[in-house]
Design a protein around this ligand. Structure first.
Ligand code: 5SP
Length: 192
């Protein structure tokens, strides 16, 4: 058995006016984590900012800080090479995956960030596959376009942390979607 599946509904697809109850609903449906895009507050009208800001602060109080590294769609995998190995170029930040202060998770974006409901980019799976081969115990997260029709591609490439917004919040039975995605990750991990 490889790494544990962690299913993280993206709160970007939730009802923002009821953030706390939406979060609880997802936890009741079996979510392991709740994914929050902080960029959302930049898009809020000023009067709503305070309300959302307080909600988000309360929400974050219940969260564990996670040391991670994001790979945007156009970011090369070399960003997460160990420091000494890849060397640091003038404009590139390299992040240690192994060593004294390793990252705990690498997030491979599978859409351009901004909004939910976008199409999954299967070509990003090469990054996931390469990372998984190199780092068998690393938490590898994918975010964007994940749902019942795309989960197998991500799971088979080696992703174990799954961020999913519209497929979970838009489902008549979110618990069933969460469970299906967990099963796909568990099955893929059991073969690794
Ligand atoms: O960061 C983002 C998009 O910017 C994601 O967290 C989305 O919220 C995922 O939504 P779906 O693609 O699953 O609908």
């Amino acid at each position: 058995m490889g790494v544990k599946a962690k299913i993280a509904p993206s709160m970007l697809s939730s009802d923002f006016a009821n953030l706390a109850s939406e979060a609880q609903r997802m936890l009741d449906c079996g979510a392991d984590w709740l994914h929050m895009d902080i960029m959302v507050i930049l898009l809020c009208p000023p009067l709503l900012l305070l309300y959302y800001g307080i909600s988000i602060l309360l929400f974050l109080c219940c969260c564990r800080a996670y040391l991670d590294c994001h790979l945007m769609v156009t970011d090369p995998l070399a960003y997460v090479e160990p420091l000494g190995k890849a060397g640091a170029s003038g404009f590139t930040f390299h992040v240690e995956v192994e060593g004294e202060n390793p990252v705990e998770m690498v997030l491979v974006m599978t859409v351009e960030p901004g909004f939910g409901g976008q199409k999954f980019m299967p070509e990003m799976m090469d990054k996931v596959h390469t990372l998984r081969k190199k780092y068998p115990t690393l938490d590898i997260e994918v975010d964007g376009g994940l749902g019942p029709s795309t989960i197998d591609a991500a799971a088979e490439a080696g992703a174990n942390c799954i961020v999913a917004g519209s497929s979970v919040f838009g489902a008549p039975d979110p618990a069933q979607v969460i469970s299906l995605m967990r099963k796909s990750v568990d099955e893929a991990q059991s073969k690794m």
